[in-house]
Structure formats: structure tokens, C-alpha cells
Design a protein around this ligand. Structure first.
Ligand SMILES: Cc1ncc(COP(=O)(O)O)c(C=O)c1O
Length: 403
């Protein structure tokens, strides 16, 4: 006996990659370079370990369900600073939910928002294509129909929800918008964010802005959905954050994917219900991690240093690739999204000929109504290693892909 919705999910991309490369040995005599996973490897700031060690007794306590007042205040203050919005927009006691990383929160957001029926019909969850795979799992387990909206070169690698027919928008319960996006690193500008939030309010669905890469950029900080909310009139019940949930994480910003710490800010009534849902099924963030998280959200020095390392690596890699496969610095995040023609074939060749492991874009997207899988031409390469390894990886990528 099991939930058969699970059978309808595709295998996770890393399992599919293992199946593709498993039968093949990597190029002999070469150090393997793994670029398939977006797992930051830079050192976190020194103060992190010191704070975690400072509160040994707290490991013996069940953590408060929604964090400490200090942490909620640090999160609200960061939101106001980073997005230059009024401090009153995000109230620590009404608009903030602490989460153990945003992956689980993004999954639960569909369970939170998708009703059994919307206007007497099956609800829809909108998402970009390609997309972070958790979105599809969440839609399926929530019982919704997933509507994949192309995020291709033609649309600036972001989905255009405004292009959807009213019939679909009226059935929408939740929409995932990821900026900067995984895998392409595309940024949704303020106009696009405003249009998406306006659409959500008009058609009565919730916009979920997944912004976990917002601090990894080259020049201008990417706009955030909170800026859109601040620029628009208040929504239902006078809530400036009506119809909105925004997801942020320390994983990429502070290079601590193992800490499992993030937050959701949004409409007060939704946050209240989200906390109720988490009381029943959410993982808690341990107290020492809450103390460390408050310090991390309060510090920008280590974040700027982190950005600097990615800038240097992109500059070096792009210099070596010299435009091969359309290589370019995206607006945000830390991925190279290379147009290789056939993503599985390129991943296989890179492994067999150069011991470089990358993720085929085909595994991050689904074939659309037009019969095209918008990821099938691309590979995703995460620039997570040190500069020297990145230079070596870019040299091998170029030799195999453009040699
Ligand atoms: C687009 C996107 N959203 C969310 C996450 C989840 O990050 P975390 O659970 O570490 O906060 C990831 C992780 O890779 C991601 O790529």
C-alpha cells in the first residue's frame, strides 16, 4: 500500500545521471571533477563554528517552533535592508516563518495552498520549465495539475505567466517563480515580478518567489518579490504581502547547505496556516543553528567575500570558454548553462573523455506541449570548486565541447 502519486514522478536528476554514467569509466588517469550538484563549497565565516559551540545545553531542548524573537527580527531587518523596502513591510511576528532549508518549505507550500478543487475544477500549479525538481513533486503530491511554462532563450529564461489563458490562471492555486533561476541563472526584473504578483491577486492564486540565489550575482543585486509587493497597492485585507510567499536560504548566501536554515516571508494569514502545517509535519531548526542564523543574516562581509569568489571563477571560466556553447555570465546563481546540442551525449563525453561530471539539462525539464524539452540542448555546470579546479574544469569543458 502506498501513495501512487509517487509513481508518477520521474526519477530525480542525480539518479538519472548515475544511470547514464554508471556503465562508463571516467577518463583514465584524470582527477574527477564533479560539477553536477549545486552544493556550495566555499568556507563559511569563522564566527559560525564559534556560535554553534557556544550553546551546548541548547542541543538538549526542543527548539521553539518558529524561531527565537532575535532570529525573526534579524530576518525582517535583512529583508528591509536588502530590498530597500519599508521596515513595516515584513513584521517579525506576523510575516516570518523559519524553515529548515527552503527545499522542504517549497514542497510544503503546495500542500498549504492547493485546495481539493478551485471553482469546481482540478487546481493547477504553475512552474517554469526547466525547473527545480521539488516543484513538480510538490504539485503532484498536493493533487494538482502541473502546468509547465517555457523558460527559454525566447522568454529571457524566465516563464511568462501573463501569457497563459484565463482558463488556466483561474484554476491556478500556486505559482513557482525562481529568480535568479536554477539552472539558467536568469533574473526576473521588477516589472516581471510586479506583473506576476498582480496576476496572482487578479486570479486568486499564491505566488511563490524562490530567491535562494539572490545574493550570488556579478554587478547589480537582483530585484526581489518584496520590492514588487512594496511597489503595488496592498492586496486582500490590506496586507501588502497578500498572495505572496518569498523563500530565502542561508545555503547559497553563506555557503552553509548543511546548516539547513532558511525562511519564508509572506501574507500574514498564509504564514499563520503554514506554521500550523509545520507543527504537524515540519522539521525544526535546532536552537544553536537559530543563534548562528541570526548572526549570518546580520552580516554582509562574508556574503560579499563569497560573491567575490564566484565572480573570479566566472571570469576565469568564461575567459577559457571564450563564448563556446554560448557561455556567458548569468544575472545570478553559480551555474554555467551551456548550449551543447544534445545534453546526455555531452555529459557522457565529458565523463568518458575528461572525467568531468555535469548534469544534462534534459533531466531538469519536461517535454512541453510543443514536443520540445527546453533543457535538452543544455548542460548545467556548478562552479562550486576552488579557482584552480574551476580553471582545470573549464579547460576540459572547452577541449571536449569545442575542441
Ligand atoms: C532553485 C532552488 N530552490 C531551493 C533550493 C533549496 O535550497 P535549501 O533547501 O538548501 O534552502 C535549491 C537548492 O539547490 C535550489 O536550487
Amino acid at each position: 500500500m502506498h501513495n501512487d502519486a509517487l509513481d508518477r514522478l520521474t526519477d530525480y536528476p542525480f539518479d538519472r545521471l548515475r544511470a547514464l554514467l554508471g556503465p562508463h569509466a571516467p577518463a583514465a588517469g584524470r582527477r574527477e571533477i564533479h560539477m553536477q550538484i549545486g552544493e556550495p563549497r566555499h568556507a563559511p565565516p569563522d564566527f559560525l563554528a564559534a556560535i554553534l559551540a557556544r550553546y551546548p545545553a541548547d542541543w538538549g531542548k526542543y527548539p521553539p517552533a518558529n524561531g527565537t524573537p532575535e532570529l525573526r527580527a534579524a530576518i525582517a531587518a535583512w529583508c528591509a535592508r536588502r530590498f530597500a523596502v519599508p521596515a513595516s513591510l515584513v513584521e517579525p511576528e506576523r510575516h516570518v516563518a523559519l524553515v529548515a532549508g527552503t527545499r522542504e518549505a517549497l514542497f510544503m507550500a503546495a500542500l498549504l495552498t492547493v485546495p481539493r478543487q478551485k471553482r469546481g475544477r482540478r487546481p493547477v500549479v504553475l512552474m517554469p520549465n526547466p525547473f527545480y525538481q521539488v516543484y513538480a513533486g510538490a504539485a503532484a503530491l498536493a493533487g494538482a495539475e502541473a502546468v509547465l511554462v517555457p523558460a527559454t532563450a525566447a522568454t529571457g529564461f524566465q516563464p511568462d505567466f501573463t501569457s497563459l489563458p484565463d482558463d488556466v490562471l483561474d484554476r491556478a492555486a500556486f505559482a513557482y517563480l525562481n529568480s535568479p533561476s536554477n539552472p539558467q541563472g536568469a533574473v526576473a526584473d521588477l516589472a516581471r515580478l510586479e506583473a506576476a504578483l498582480t496576476l496572482a491577486r487578479r486570479h486568486d492564486f499564491v505566488l511563490g518567489a524562490d530567491e535562494c540565489y539572490s545574493e550570488i550575482y556579478t554587478a547589480a543585486p537582483p530585484a526581489g518579490a518584496l520590492e514588487a509587493a512594496a511597489a503595488l497597492p496592498a492586496g486582500a485585507e490590506g496586507d501588502r504581502l497578500a498572495n505572496l510567499l518569498v523563500f530565502h536560504s542561508l545555503s547559497k548566501r553563506s555557503s552553509v547547505p548543511g546548516l539547513r536554515s532558511g525562511f519564508v516571508v509572506g501574507e500574514a494569514a498564509l504564514i499563520r496556516r503554514f506554521l500550523r502545517l509545520r507543527q504537524y509535519g515540519g522539521a525544526q531548526v535546532p536552537l544553536p543553528v537559530m543563534h548562528a542564523s541570526a548572526a549570518l543574516w546580520g552580516d554582509e562581509v562574508h556574503v560579499e567575500a563569497n560573491r567575490g569568489l564566484y565572480r573570479a571563477k566566472f571570469a576565469a571560466a568564461l575567459g577559457i570558454l571564450d563564448g563556446a556553447c554560448g557561455a556567458a555570465r548569468p544575472g545570478g546563481a553559480f551555474y554555467l548553462w551551456l548550449d551543447v546540442g544534445d545534453s546526455e551525449d555531452a555529459a557522457l563525453r565529458l565523463w568518458r573523455d575528461a572525467a568531468v561530471r555535469v548534469l544534462p539539462g534534459a533531466y531538469l525539464a519536461r517535454t512541453g506541449a510543443d514536443g520540445v524539452n527546453p533543457g535538452a540542448r543544455y548542460i548545467r555546470c556548478a562552479l562550486i570548486h576552488d579557482l584552480e579546479t574551476t580553471v582545470e574544469a573549464a579547460t576540459r569543458l572547452r577541449a571536449v565541447l569545442a575542441g
